[in-house]
Design a protein around this ligand. Structure first.
Ligand code: NDP
Ligand SMILES: O=CC(=O)O
Length: 324
């Protein structure tokens, strides 16, 4: 039986990769970094499937180089790098990985808040530098019990963060474009965006990146927050105006930021954000556990193989396309 020609911009985890390789001839970019666009265009010429991992932009130009593509499957829930209308125009179903990464990402997001509030990483650096006693170089942290947490983007991951915050005795408020009908079960109260900014002691951002959320947090929004506010971004870097965040942290408009995502990403080692004392940055590791990355890879393989068989994808963002 002839194998399907598939392009992968990075490796899936072994069990999923093996499932795909059993029925597909895979051209895999395994040289690290982002696959150069000209290489990808060349590889796509005969491909019927594309698996996306990492920062690859899928747009009309790319799709025009893959005239035989029947399916695109990405190993991530966020799909701000994918031009969905373009996929629809080209009649290509696009699948992502919602759900399977919720707990891992919520754990990391809440860890960022706890680590920042209790200065865990600063304590670790302090000890490694040979210090022990608290002094001016290692200020006290802050309690989170009894504090108000504002979640902007109360979706699947936001609700899982809320469950963790409830267990830690926080009061939870949230903002979405649409209030949730199950907010009582989540234990959270809906607020307008401005009211959340003014009331919250800690703010966690978990919206997708879209035209509506790009730059949602800028100078004006940081000015509305409490000067004692802790700000956590685990969504996408460009949801926050980085220059405005640097200014807010430098002038103590807010107390502290913890970021799993940045703009630019990766953040250069000499970036102004990294020179600040009141920040914690992790390298986009929200879903990066072995179990979760394996589950994401399996769902990506499910989506790919369904699309190649002309069947509906398990998790499809543009279910309205006509299958080829
Ligand atoms: N750091 C990491 O490693 C990871 C980051 N992510 C990021 O987290 C995001 C959320 O994932 P997930 O929880 O599964 O997604 P969901 O779609 O379940 O939740 C997104 C939430 O954001 C809200 N939202 C969307 N647009 C706006 C807006 N303009 N203003 C305010 N709220 C808005 C939505 O509510 P409504 O539509 O009512 O506005 C919804 O409640 C992903 O898109 C991704 O960018 C995901 C996984 C890992
Ligand atoms: O950032 C990760 C994702 O799954 O989206």
């Amino acid at each position: 039986m002839q194998k399907h020609q598939v392009v992968m911009t990075g490796a899936l985890m072994p069990p999923a990769l093996e499932r795909v390789q059993a029925v597909c001839e895979v051209k895999l970019w395994d040289q690290g970094g982002v696959i150069p666009r000209e290489v990808l265009f060349d590889w796509l010429r005969d491909a019927v499937g594309l698996v996306v991992t990492g920062k690859v932009r899928v747009d009309d130009e790319l799709l025009s180089h893959g005239p035989n593509l029947k399916v695109i499957a990405q190993s991530a829930v966020g799909y701000d790098n994918i031009d969905i209308p373009a996929c629809i125009r080209h009649g290509i179903p696009f699948g992502n990985t919602p759900g399977v990464l919720v707990d891992a990402t919520a754990d990391l997001t809440f860890t960022l808040l706890l680590s920042a509030a209790r200065r865990v990483h600063e304590g670790w650096n302090f000890v490694r530098e040979g210090h022990w006693s608290l002094g001016k170089d290692l200020p006290y942290g802050t309690d989170i019990r009894g504090k108000t947490l504002g979640i902007v983007g109360m979706g699947r991951i936001g609700a899982a963060v809320a469950a963790r915050a409830r267990a830690f005795g926080m009061k939870i408020i949230y903002y979405n474009r649409t209030p949730r009908s199950d907010e009582a079960a989540i234990g959270a109260t809906y607020q307008s965006f401005d009211s959340l900014l003014a009331q919250a002691d800690c703010i966690i951002v978990l919206t997708p990146l879209s035209a509506a959320t790009k730059g949602l947090f800028g100078r004006e929004q940081f000015a509305r927050m409490k000067p004692t506010a802790y700000f956590v971004n685990a969504s996408r870097g460009p949801v926050v105006d980085t220059a405005a965040l640097v200014e807010a942290l430098t002038t103590r408009k807010i107390a502290y930021a913890a970021l799993d995502v940045t703009d630019p990403e990766p953040l250069p080692a000499d970036h102004p954000l990294l020179k600040l004392p009141n920040i914690l940055v992790t390298p986009h590791i929200g879903s990066a556990t072995t179990e979760t990355r394996t589950a994401m890879s399996q769902l990506t393989a499910d989506n790919l193989l369904a699309g190649l068989a002309g069947k509906p994808l398990k998790a499809c963002v543009n279910g309205e396309v006509n299958y080829k």
